[in-house]
Write a protein that binds this ligand. Structure first.
Ligand code: GLN
Length: 192
C-alpha cells in the first residue's frame, strides 16, 4: 500500500516515523504528481491556514477532494482534522469539506492549549494517551460520523468511511492503536 504524508509544514516527520515503526513506507506530498498511485493520505498537525493556502496554491485542493470521493483513505490530525471538516469556525475558514462536522479552531483556549490526557477510545480497552496541541474542538458531528474517542464529553477521534480525524496527535506517542486502525481502513480499499 502506498501512503503519502502532506509535507508542507507541521509534524509530518512524526507521522512518517510512526508509519516507519509499523514497517510501512511513506512518501512526502509536496506537489500534485506526488498524489499519483496513493492509497492513503495523511494530513499532519501544524497550522491549518498555511496548509490550506499551500493546497490551493499548488493545485492540490481539488485533486485531494477527488481522491477522497473516489474512496481514498485520509487521516487528518489536528490541523489535518480542521482541513477535513465541512465547517470551520473561530475564525471561519475554507476546508476540503469532506467530513460532516463542525470544528472550532483553538477550541480549548489558552489555558488548556497544550496537554496530554488519557481518555476512553473504542479501539482499545485501556485509556488512550492523547496529546493535544492548540487543538480544535469538534462541536457538531453529522449522522454519518462514528465517534471513536471522546474527551470531556466531546468527540476527539471520528471516522466517516475511510476518512479518519483526530483533534489530538497519535503520531506523538508510542501507542500505535489509532494508526493500526487507519491502516485497516486502507486495507479494505485495496482488497475491494
Ligand atoms: N491550532 C492549529 C490550527 O488551527 C492546529 C494545531 C495543531 O495542528 N497542533 O491550524
Amino acid at each position: 500500500m502506498k501512503i503519502g504524508v502532506l509535507a508542507v509544514q507541521g509534524d509530518f516527520e512524526a507521522h512518517r516515523a510512526m508509519l516507519g515503526s509499523l514497517a510501512v513506507e511513506s512518501f512526502e506530498i509536496r506537489a500534485l504528481a506526488d498524489l499519483e498511485g496513493l492509497d492513503a493520505v495523511v494530513l499532519p498537525g501544524g497550522e491549518s491556514t498555511t496548509q490550506l493556502k499551500f493546497l490551493q496554491e499548488e493545485g492540490l485542493f481539488h485533486p485531494l477532494r477527488k481522491f477522497a470521493q473516489e474512496d481514498g483513505a485520509i487521516f487528518g490530525t489536528c490541523a489535518g482534522a480542521i482541513l477535513l471538516a465541512t465547517e470551520v469556525l473561530n475564525p471561519p475558514q475554507d476546508s476540503l469539506a469532506l467530513m460532516d462536522m463542525t470544528v472550532l479552531r483553538n477550541g480549548y483556549g489558552r489555558q488548556l492549549s497544550s496537554e496530554v490526557r488519557f481518555g476512553h477510545c473504542t479501539l482499545k480497552p485501556a485509556p488512550l494517551e492523547m496529546v493535544f496541541i492548540r487543538a480544535p474542538i469538534i462541536e457538531r458531528v453529522g449522522p454519518g460520523i462514528e465517534i471513536l474517542a471522546e474527551d470531556a464529553g466531546r468527540p476527539v477521534l471520528v471516522r466517516q468511511g475511510r476518512l479518519l480525524a483526530a483533534t489530538f496527535h497519535p503520531e506523538l506517542t508510542f501507542d500505535s492503536t489509532v494508526y493500526t486502525f487507519f491502516l485497516g481502513l486502507i486495507g479494505e480499499r485495496v482488497r475491494a
